[in-house]
Every structure is written in C-alpha cells, then in structure tokens.
Design a protein around this ligand. Structure first.
Ligand code: AHM
Ligand code: MG
Length: 304
C-alpha cells in the first residue's frame, strides 16, 4: 500500500525508454540527429532527440495515471498532470542525458527520480522541490551496446536488459552493489586548470592511483562505475562555478541509486541527498561512486 502505483510509474518509464531507444537507434538514418534551432532554459542547444525524449516520457508518465507532476530538463516550468488521490508520485527527469554524443554513436540515457507526494497538498511550483533523500525510487536507462534499465527502490538496485526479440526488459543484474575495489576515476581533465587547489590535489591523487575512463555522458560513466567500481567527479569549475550538472534530475536520482548500492554522493560540501533545492533547474557539483573513495576525495578537496 505504501508504494501503491509505483510499479505503474516504472512501467511508464520502461515504455518511454523502449520508444526512445528505438528512435535513438534510427536517428541518423531518419535524419533526426541535430538541433531544433532552439536553446533550453539552461542556454544549451536543444537536440531534436531531447525534445522527442521529453515528450515521450511526459506522455507515458501521464498515461500511467499515477504521476501528479513532472520536472524535465527540457521544460522550463513544472508539468502538472493530475491531482486525484491516484496521482501519488512526482517525477524529475533528464529525458536524454549526453545528447551531444548522439551524432557520434556514443551511449546516452535517461535519468529519473521519483518522489511520493502528500495527496492532501495542492500541487504548486514548489511541490517538486523535495530533498533527494525523500525519493522512493530512481531509474536510469542506458542506450548503449544494449539497452539497460537500472531501478533502485529503498530495498534494492536491480538491472534489466531489453530483449530486442520481444521488447521485454529482463532481469540481468540482480541486487547491484558497487564493488569495494575502485578501478577508475571519471572526470573532464580538460577542466583541470580551472579547479581550486584542493580539487586539483584530489584529482592528482586519483590520477596516480586509478585508470581514467570518461565517456562524457554522465549516465554511461555512472553505469560503468556502478558495475565495475569507480568514482565520477564534475566539480565546480571556473566556467561553471556552481557545477554543471543538475541537482534534481541528474545528481539526486544517481545519488539515490549509488547509496542504495552501497556507494556515496557529495557536492564536496554536503551529501547530495541532503541539499535543500531552491529551484527546478539548480546545478550542483557532483562527486559520486565508491563510498571510501568519495569520502577520501571530499576530504582532500576540503584540505583535510
Ligand atoms: P546534458 O544533460 O545536457 O546532456 O549535459 C550533461 C552532460 C553529462 O552527461 C556529462 O557528464 C557532462 O555533461 C559532460 O560535460 P563536459 O563535456 O563538460 O565534460
Ligand atoms: Mg544530462
């Protein structure tokens, strides 16, 4: 009863992911790669597939009948869906993460955080501004060499692979736990000069200890590190003093998944899941992955 209807929300994500992966795979041939000519709320160029992915997930999440409101990277304002007692969940999503990689056949994905709402409360613009630790589930998908969907609840993290024969997601990665042995670090080394000295020191330590692996699609870097052991960093930089990644639909869902799998996530100052959001498209620095390595890295960043 507590999570009544959550399965329908996850099924809505799976349905949307199915459609998005098909579109992504056909995009080059269908000439659906490229920009819409618009920029989004964050001033970034909007790809045709960004808009398609956002509309697709808004549709499938609306149709599932359980989602009250949606926040999307591609939509400036909150999307209000319904406020009946059945509409028990709130969703925040990055519909197509890494979309600038689309035209070079690199993995992309979708990231979604799911919160429960108080059904007695009127939905307003601030209803979606809940802390990450209040999430009841989080999901990401990767459209890579295969299509995968990873679902975390407060109980466990499970991985499913899309069977192209019948379009069903099958359980392939049961009870995912981030490996204790850390094998790689992922960061944009090109930003090194624009980092503060503590962060530079932390990256130098990682550089001397682990292999560098950086796809440039957060969802793909996170997925590899979750399965193989690793740490991902997108710190504050000169160019993006507040960090580049978005708190509500990139950092929070992945932080929830990391913690449920035995990992950790920090902004460098605070546990990601404890940050009080002020706005829908808020940015944050993000350090996420293996618990001990995140702890050690944050300590070095802060000069400890
Ligand atoms: P997006 O949500 O607009 O695709 O942007 C976020 C992406 C992440 O997927 C990735 O980790 C990061 O931007 C890469 O940034 P950079 O090219 O600065 O390394
Ligand atoms: Mg993104």
């Amino acid at each position: 009863m507590e999570y009544d209807g959550l399965e329908a929300v996850v099924a809505g994500v799976a349905d949307g992911a199915q459609q998005i992966q098909a579109k992504v795979r056909a995009a080059v041939l269908a000439q659906a790669v490229g920009t819409t000519g618009e920029t989004n709320i964050q001033g970034e160029v909007v790809q045709i597939l960004d808009t398609f992915s956002s509309e697709t997930l808004v549709n499938t999440l609306t149709q599932c009948g359980r989602v009250a409101a949606i926040g999307s990277e591609e939509i400036e304002e909150t999307v209000f869906v319904g406020d009946s007692p059945a509409h028990r969940y709130l969703v925040q999503m990055d519909p197509l993460d890494g979309s600038s990689n689309i035209d070079v056949a690199v993995s992309v994905g979708s990231i979604l955080g799911i919160w429960k709402r108080d059904t007695n409360e009127t939905i307003t613009d601030v209803t979606l501004l809940k802390k990450g630790h209040e999430q009841v589930a989080a999901v990401y998908t990767v459209y890579g060499s295969c299509t995968m969907m990873v679902v975390a609840t407060r109980e466990s993290v499970q991985g499913f692979t899309l069977d192209p024969e019948d379009g069903m997601f099958r359980l392939t990665n049961q009870n995912i736990r981030i490996p204790e042995k850390n094998s790689c670090y992922s960061t944009n080394e090109g930003n090194f000069k624009g980092l503060d000295s503590g962060t530079q020191k932390a990256i130098e330590e990682l550089r001397n200890t682990y292999s560098l692996r950086y796809v440039g699609s957060l969802v793909a870097d996170f997925h590899r590190n979750l399965l193989k052991g690793g740490i991902f960093l997108y710190p504050s930089t000169q160019k993006s003093p507040e960090g580049k990644l978005r708190l509500m639909y990139e950092a929070n869902p992945l932080a929830f998944i990391a913690e449920q799998a035995g990992g950790a996530a920090s902004s460098g100052k605070k546990r990601i899941l404890d940050i009080q959001p002020q706005k829908l498209h808020q940015r944050t620095a993000l350090i996420i992955g293996n618990k001990d390595v995140v702890k050690q890295t944050v300590a070095v960043i802060n000069g400890l």
